[in-house]
Design a protein around this ligand. Structure first.
Ligand code: ADP
Ligand code: MG
Length: 253
């Protein structure tokens, strides 16, 4: 029997931005092989949590701990966290004019290879690798030569986050509202991508408002966040209850 190791453990976390408390005693534990979904009203602190896990410098951690693979990373710099295995797909992906997508991906990929002391790839070998990944996620290679996210539609930006997730292949991938602004076909395709990415070695944290993505991806746990902490953890049926009765249903029960 294999015992799945904890990838991430957050203990009693308090964080603030510009003097305003946003995370208020949050606990969360994620093991390898698992997909977790995080739901919650606008402003409940979901994106803040994602950024605090990734080490965004705006946010001040007041109390508590973030443990990644048994190492305390509460006060680590963002690049160290990334090297230790955290990927964050943004709710609003940034555009990087002047930098082509493929150069950006190769740079990110090689910096990871360097840290894990594996071979870095030249442009041609990387082109092979990226084409395999594109096939895997059903994305066309016209994306590669365009500047990162510049002029991409909402759906294309989200797909590009998925591509980055596949190329970087980190232990913990956090996707913030990867489903917002997607039509039904794009949503199904991205849900399938997430399922095929998930394996016994990694973990995925999906932040979403909608039941639809949860229905397709079938996460192991669905957490509900309110005023900076997780107030309820259930299974997929949680999303259906929320869709039907609203978040107050969770609060009252
Ligand atoms: P969610 O993703 O659940 O909608 P957020 O984490 O984006 O919520 O925001 C939680 C609260 O923190 C909101 O009230 C938001 O206005 C505030 N907040 C988040 N980031 C900042 C920031 N950089 N400066 C000021 N307030 C912020
Ligand atoms: Mg958000």
């Amino acid at each position: 029997m294999t015992i799945n190791k904890k990838i991430l453990e957050i203990k009693d976390l308090y964080a603030s931005v510009q003097g305003k408390n946003i995370l208020n005693g949050l606990n969360l534990s994620i093991k390898q092989g698992e997909i977790h979904a995080l739901m919650g009203k606008n402003g409940s602190g979901k994106s803040t949590l994602a950024k605090v896990i990734a080490g965004h410098p705006y946010y001040e951690i007041k109390k508590g701990q973030i443990i990644m693979n048994e190492e305390d990373i509460t006060n680590e710099e963002p690049d160290i966290r990334s090297h230790k295995g955290i990927f964050l797909g943004f709710q609003y992906p940034i555009e990087i004019p002047g930098v082509s997508n493929i150069d950006f991906l190769r740079l990110a990929y090689n910096s990871k290879q360097k840290v894990i002391q594996e071979k870095e790839l030249d442009p041609l070998s990387f082109f092979d690798l990226i084409n395999k990944k594109l096939d895997q996620i059903n994305m066309n290679n016209l994306f590669l030569d365009r500047y990162v996210n510049e002029g991409f539609s909402g759906g294309e930006k989200k797909k590009n986050e998925i591509l980055q997730m596949f190329v970087l292949n980190k232990k913990l991938s956090i996707l913030d509202e990867i489903d917002s602004g997607l039509d039904m076909d794009a949503l199904k395709s991205i849900a399938n991508n997430i399922k095929s990415f998930s394996n016994n070695e990694n973990a995925v944290l999906l932040i979403t408002h909608y039941q639809r993505l949860i229905d397709y991806v079938m996460p192991n746990y669905v957490h509900v966040m309110d005023q900076g902490k997780i107030i309820y953890t259930g299974d997929q049926s949680t999303a259906a209850y929320i869709e039907k009765y609203g978040y107050n249903y969770i609060k009252q029960n």
